[in-house]
Every structure is written in structure tokens, then in C-alpha cells.
Write a protein that binds this ligand. Structure first.
Ligand code: PRX
Length: 654
């Protein structure tokens, strides 16, 4: 095991408390029969038909799972269109039901019925065609949380053009890198958005990014900001003018193979480069529809709200594709949870009578800190189910959520998954299994996961190890379907379990209790998770060491009162440089430029040298312990123990 990568594997204190779902929930749940686990075991992989059956297929698939040339194909032979599944097919029964409900930062409200969504998606699909977008062309989107974002995604899906959504908080550099990596010549963006009432421009960043990419870029610009009318260049088009030009047009949906790409999304990996993850049309859509149905218990008549941003995978799967495939009403919220007041989210839950609410532990910890008087002011009795995603939730925050938001009558699903998995993999089925605060739950029916040690042997119940998924699932990305190296027979970090032919290495540490419940301990690779956002330490560190005067850098996570966790950058400067305020600012600027303000370090700690092992590896675990104000363990493996005291005092005085 790497010195730096096993942090936290042995430090978990289990909480052995169980709570059952209320009878009223069980009685109405989409999946309430526990026999589903055995059914999937006995009929795997054919039991996955259940997921495919939630969709409309133009052409039936030949087989549920096909293994060919070392790769895997889900629903091979099947043909479908994702936009038809999320929009058109709902028209006969619910054309006047709201599909999207949008709450803007300035208090604006807009909604689209399924019919209105159908019209605008068609008009925009026609406009994209008119701009030359063809089947298979990758279209980048760099947009805030406005309805035009899911509309653009669905328009792309309609014409078989995979989208590549880049989070609007990312910098121009990060956008340019992702457009170049994707060879994307089309960009849909926005003049800007509002954050805490202030206008934030986006067009300038989009322009900088477009200028940096190799190919000429055709851009569509949505007008969101009042009183800002930038002059458009030759390759720039206004979204509203395009819609006006293509009003009333309808576009026949392009039949896509189940195995065709639906979209690409870049996430953080262990190298300095963003990691491309590509999801398929049939497998991914079946999987998000199925998990929305079975885990989030979404029904067409619900108003459902996932407070994530569509720029991340959570928003793709559980704001757009899963909920719309099921024909529900999905809420989109632009803006901050505490603006104009800290009761903002609860006010929306009450006004929209939200049935299912899905958020991140970092948000729950903030709610807890603000106090229960904010939710207490509102009638939250419409809520039926609560969910969390993105990072481990500590039992105290879990209980606060359960009591103050769910009034002890809503089950909570703690859902573990990743950009790569496409959808939820580990969670209780809310009507079937008891909840254990702090533990995500067992793998879903049909999902097989184990916890193994450094040699690939299964560890004992309750012991920390590496989480591996040792059976394919419909939401697996194209890169894994094609036999990519993320599935391995052996790797230094997380080996494949002994006797198992194929395993997906999740790069998460976990432990499994004797009842099969999994507790996630956090990443074991060089990816770090802060406030539910995923960063590659390599990407951040290479931005820092590019600064003139910086010799070395290590970025780790440490405690932060407001957010639970924050980034700490430890840097050593070149000998001839003083540790000036200027250099500290340069570190912050470099991170903001390369990734964006979301990756801004809480602390930049200068040190004469970084702590290293005898073999010269930076000892990240030690840096993390210092940032967490924890007792430091054995330092005998260090080549330079003398730097530790200096680093500690630099952190304390910061
Ligand atoms: O470490 C795990 C953590 O988030 C990582 C995946 O991040 P990303 O690809 O950005 O996707 C986030 C949304 C699915 C995982 O490797 N993670 C996700 N869900 C949980 C979690 N950690 C603990 N508990 C969870 N429920």
C-alpha cells in the first residue's frame, strides 16, 4: 500500500443503530418486496430487463448482456432515443403536467409542461441541426442552472449528438482543456448568471476558452443577464433568435443503438488531465430510470428535487435523465441555499410541495449549523423520502436531517456512487431495508461489491479495505464496456479480488458489516472530495508548481468549520524566494485559473520541504493529519522528520 493512500482505512467507529421505514412509506413504495434481491441473484443478468422495461424501445434488444472481445454490451441490438423517453412518450398521458420547475436566484419562477418542453426541445434541436450539428458530434455546454441547460441536453439527445457539460463554476482554462480533449467544435453557453443577487458573467470565460482551442468553435449564447447585450461574432448565435427562427419546427428523433454514446463528462482522475467518462444510451438511461424508481421512489405525480448542479453527474442522472424518463416533475434551483435567507430551500420545498428531496452531506452540515429554526418555519409535510449523495454522512448530520427535515417520518437513502458508475450502486431500498445512520447500505439488487485487502483477499466484516465492484451493471461507462484499464485483474492500489475475473476498482476505501452494509471511508487514490466536489490532486499540484518560485506542492483535505472539509496546499518555494504574500496569492490565483474558485485552498502553508519517505514519496497522510489537527503517528519512516514541527506551527498560526 502507498504511504499516503490508506488514510482513514482503520479509523472508522461503527454506529450500530437501525431504523425501519414507516409503514405508510412501505405501503406506497415502488419497490417493497425484499424478494427482489434473490430474484436478481438467481436471474442475473436477465433480471436487468426490469430496468430496460421502464423505457420505450424502437427496436428490442437481442440480449441483456453480451460479452464480446473482452468487452461488454448492455441491451445489444436495442434501439431507442433518450429524448423520446424523457419527453415525447409522456405527452399522451401528461402533456399539461409540469416537467421542469425552475426557481431563479432573483426569485423568478418558470415552469415547462411536458408539451412546452417538447416544443422547445424540438425547436432547439432544429436550430442545432441548422448550425451543422450531426449525429455523433460532441456539443459542449457551459451553463448555469437554467432550464435551457436540460433543454439543450435533450435536444442533443434527440439528434444523437452526445453532450459534454462542463460545470459553470470551472475556469476558462478548465473549459478549454475539456473542449480540446473532447474535440468539440460546438459550445452552448450563457452570458452569465446570478449568485447571491450579483451578476456573474460567463461569456468572457467562454470566449477565452474558445480562443484557446484548436478548432473553430460555433457558439450559442443564452441571454440570462438583464441589461447585458454583448455583440455577437460571426460564429456566435443567440439562443432566443435561433428559437424564433425555428419556431414550430419538429425534428424526428434519431434512433440510437443502446450502446451508442449519450454523453461525455469529464471528472477528476489521478493524472493531471481530466478523466473522460462516457455513458451509453440504453444502459445508462435504463439504469438511471431504474434507480430513480427503486431507490428514490420517484412517481410521475411527484414533485422531485435534487439540489445538485447539472454540471456534475448527479445532476445529469438525477435532475435530468432519471426523473424525466419516469415522467415526474423535476425542480431546478439556481443559486445559493442561504440567499436571500437561510430558509430558502425550505421555502421552495413548501411552495412546490416537494415529495422527494436529494442533497449532499455538506449542505446538511451547513443546515445543521444554521439551526433548525429555518426549516421549522415551513410546512415540510409534503416530503416522503430524503436522500444524500457525494460524501460520507456522519451519524450526527444524518440524524439532524432525519429529525428536522424528515420529521422522523421520511426514510433517508444514503446513496453511494460515482461519475463512472452512472447511477446509484450502494444504498438501502427505502421500503425494504432498515437504515443505519452513517452506513450507505448494501449493494443494490444485481450489484455485487466486495471489500478486499492489498492482496485482493476479502477482509473480515467490519475491517477497512478497498471497495471493488465485481460484476457488470447497465450504467457502466463506455470506457469500462470496452475493457478499459479501470477494470483490472491487479493494480498496486486496489487489486482484483482473488478468484474474480473482472472487477471495477472504485478507488474508495470501505468496510462491510456482517449484515452486508457498506460504510464508505473515502478515496484511496489521489482524488479528493471537498463539499461533494471531486478534484485530482495532480491537477491542482501541477497548477501550483508551474508558478515561478514554487518548487513542490502537495494538496490534501483538512477540517473546515463551515464546510466540514477544505483544501490545504502545502508548498515549498525555491531557495532564493522569500515566502511572500505575493507567492501565496499566486498559488490561489493559479488554482482559480486552472480549475475555478471552487478549488480555492483554505490554507496555503509554506514549508522548507515536504515530508518524504525514504523512497522520496510525499507523505500525504501526515499532511492530512496536521490539517485535521490530529495526533501524528509514527514518523520513523520519514527521511526528513525535522520539517514536521515547522509545518505544524505554520498551520496553527495560519
Ligand atoms: O468517494 C466517493 C464519494 O464521491 C466519489 C465520487 O465522486 P463523483 O464521481 O464526483 O460523484 C459524486 C456523485 C455520485 C466516490 O468515489 N461518494 C459519493 N457518494 C457517497 C460518497 N462517499 C460516501 N458516501 C456516499 N453516499
Amino acid at each position: 500500500m502507498d504511504d499516503g493512500n490508506d488514510a482513514g482505512l482503520d479509523t472508522y467507529q461503527p454506529v450500530d443503530e437501525r431504523l425501519s421505514p414507516p409503514k405508510s412509506f412501505v405501503e406506497q413504495a415502488n419497490v417493497a418486496d425484499g424478494a427482489i434481491y434473490a430474484d436478481f441473484d438467481e436471474n442475473w443478468p436477465d433480471a436487468w430487463e426490469r430496468a430496460a422495461d421502464l423505457l420505450d424501445w424502437d427496436e428490442d434488444y437481442d440480449q441483456v448482456l453480451t460479452e464480446r472481445d473482452g468487452g461488454y454490451r448492455w441491451f445489444d441490438g436495442g434501439q431507442l432515443n433518450a429524448c423520446v423517453n424523457c419527453v415525447d412518450r409522456h405527452l399522451p398521458e401528461r402533456k399539461n403536467q409540469r416537467a421542469l420547475v425552475w426557481e431563479g436566484q432573483l426569485g423568478e419562477r418558470r415552469s415547462y409542461t411536458y408539451l412546452e418542453l417538447y416544443r422547445e426541445v424540438n425547436e432547439f434541436a432544429a436550430a442545432l441541426r441548422g448550425l451543422g450539428v450531426g449525429e455523433g458530434d460532441l456539443v459542449t455546454m457551459y451553463m448555469p442552472m437554467i432550464p435551457e441547460l436540460p433543454i439543450a441536453m435533450l435536444a442533443c439527445a434527440r439528434i444523437g449528438a452526445p453532450h459534454n457539460v462542463v460545470f459553470a463554476g470551472f475556469s476558462a482554462d478548465a473549459l478549454g482543456t475539456r473542449m480540446d480533449a473532447a474535440d468539440s467544435e460546438y459550445l452552448i453557453t450563457c452570458d452569465g448568471y446570478y449568485r447571491r443577487g450579483d451578476a456573474v458573467t460567463l461569456k468572457n470565460k467562454a470566449d477565452t476558452a474558445s480562443a484557446s482551442v484548436d478548432a473553430p468553435v460555433t457558439t450559442v449564447l443564452v441571454d440570462r443577464l438583464d441589461g447585458y447585450d454583448p455583440t455577437l461574432g460571426a460564429r456566435e448565435h443567440s439562443y432566443s433568435s435561433l428559437l424564433a427562427d425555428h419556431g414550430t419546427e419538429r425534428v424526428s428523433p434519431v434512433e440510437r443503438a443502446a450502446t451508442d454514446d449519450l454523453f461525455r463528462i469529464y471528472t477528476s482522475g489521478t493524472t493531471g488531465e481530466p478523466k473522460a467518462v462516457t455513458h451509453t444510451t440504453g444502459g445508462y438511461l435504463s439504469y438511471t430510470a431504474w434507480t430513480s424508481h427503486a431507490v428514490l421512489d420517484i412517481k410521475p405525480e411527484d414533485t422531485y428535487w435534487c439540489s445538485a448542479d447539472i454540471g456534475w453527474i448527479t445532476g445529469h442522472s438525477y435532475i435530468v435523465y432519471g426523473p424525466l424518463a419516469l415522467g415526474t416533475t423535476t425542480v431546478l434551483y439556481e443559486g445559493a441555499p442561504d440567499h436571500p435567507e437561510k430558509n430558502r430551500l425550505w421555502e421552495i420545498v413548501e411552495r412546490q410541495a416537494v415529495d422527494v428531496f436529494y442533497t449532499a452531506p455538506t449542505a446538511i452540515r451547513a443546515f445543521m449549523k444554521w439551526g433548525s429554526e429555518y426549516p421549522d418555519k415551513h410546512d415540510l409535510s409534503s416530503l416522503r423520502l430524503l436522500g444524500t449523495v457525494g460524501e460520507p454522512i456522519n451519524p450526527r448530520a444524518w440524524k439532524w436531517y432525519y429529525e428536522h427535515i424528515g420529521n422522523e417520518s421520511c426514510p433517508i437513502v444514503d446513496t453511494w456512487w460515482q461519475t463512472e458508475t452512472g447511477g446509484i450502486m450502494v444504498s438501502t431500498l427505502p421500503a425494504v431495508r432498515d437504515m443505519k445512520p452513517g452506513a450507505a447500505g448494501p449493494p443494490l439488487p444485481g450489484i455485487s461489491a466486495r471489500v478486499v485487502d492489498g492482496n485482493g483477499s476479502e477482509v473480515d466484516a467490519g475491517e477497512g479495505g478497498y471497495l471493488v465492484v465485481d460484476q457488470q451493471w447497465p450504467g457502466m461507462p463506455q470506457e469500462l464496456c470496452e475493457g478499459d484499464a479501470w477494470a483490472a485483474t491487479a493494480s498496486e492500489n486496489a487489486p482484483s479480488p482473488a478468484g474474480v475475473e473482472w472487477a471495477y476498482l472504485t478507488e474508495d476505501g470501505a468496510l462491510m458489516d456482517d449484515d452486508g452494509y457498506i460504510t464508505i471511508l473515502g478515496r484511496v487514490d489521489d482524488v479528493i472530495n471537498v463539499s461533494g466536489h471531486r478534484f485530482g490532486t495532480m491537477e491542482l499540484e501541477s497548477a501550483i508548481v508551474d508558478i515561478d518560485g514554487i518548487a513542490e506542492a502537495a494538496v490534501v483535505t483538512g477540517t473546515d468549520d463551515a464546510h466540514g472539509k477544505a483544501l490545504y496546499a502545502y508548498v515549498s518555494s525555491e531557495d532564493d524566494r522569500e515566502n511572500t504574500e505575493e507567492l501565496r496569492q499566486a498559488v490561489i490565483d493559479a488554482v482559480e485559473e486552472t480549475v475555478g474558485p471552487i478549488a480555492r485552498p483554505k490554507a496555503v502553508v509554506f514549508t522548507p520541504d515536504l515530508p518524504k519517505t525514504q523512497s522520496g514519496k510525499i507523505m500525504r497522510r501526515l499532511l492530512e493529519d496536521i490539517a485535521n489537527d490530529e495526533e501524528l503517528g509514527d514518523l520513523s519512516a520519514l527521511r526528513n522528520p525535522e520539517v514536521v514541527g515547522e509545518i505544524e506551527s505554520a498551520v496553527r498560526s495560519d
